[in-house]
Design a protein around this ligand. Sequence first.
Ligand SMILES: CC(C)(COP(=O)(O)OP(=O)(O)OC[C@H]1O[C@@H](n2cnc3c(N)ncnc32)[C@H](O)[C@@H]1OP(=O)(O)O)[C@@H](O)C(=O)NCCC(=O)NCCS
Length: 142
Amino acid sequence: MFRPDEVAIAVELLDDALAGDEEYRFLGAFSGEELVGYACWGPTSGTTGTYDLYWIVVDPARQGQGVGTQLLRAVERELTAGDGRLVIVETSSRADYGPTRAFYERRGYARVAQIPGYYAAGDDLVIYLKDLTHAVLARATA
Ligand SMILES: CC(C)(COP(=O)(O)OP(=O)(O)OC[C@H]1O[C@@H](n2cnc3c(N)ncnc32)[C@H](O)[C@@H]1OP(=O)(O)O)[C@@H](O)C(=O)NCCC(=O)NCCS
């Protein structure tokens, strides 16, 4: 699903994080010793409490088994335990990202913006937002 240049960026972010760059946080999902998915997020510069979820990916052989949901929830828990307020996700309007968009939408992410032709002709940027303060309030009043 990812282009070679996207894979190169993913590896670069991991290298930066391992080198101590705190702009990029990583969380892995494991089955025993095997890495089956990971998420990468970080603070959005120039904001207070807004975070970008840069990457969430699950091994194709393990998709649809709840791993992505666990990763997303774990990232949200990390953020609400700190100063996290908003989570932003940028994704593509391409048809092959339909299941990905549905994944976010069913987990409380609202489609808040779309930039036509952003990635390529006919491939829009779609921006999702989750307000974690609402989630905290909902839990507190449940
Ligand atoms: C999107 C992704 C991280 C979800 O992880 P997952 O472990 O498959 O998700 P879960 O099993 O927790 O949840 C399955 C849900 O996601 C949706 N989904 C998205 N992609 C799916 C896939 N390839 N296989 C099965 N379900 C998928 C299903 O519709 C299902 O929705 P529902 O539970 O609301 O009915 C994962 O499918 C993936 O890595 N996709 C490719 C990479 C990608 O698009 N990453 C996001 C880039 S912005």
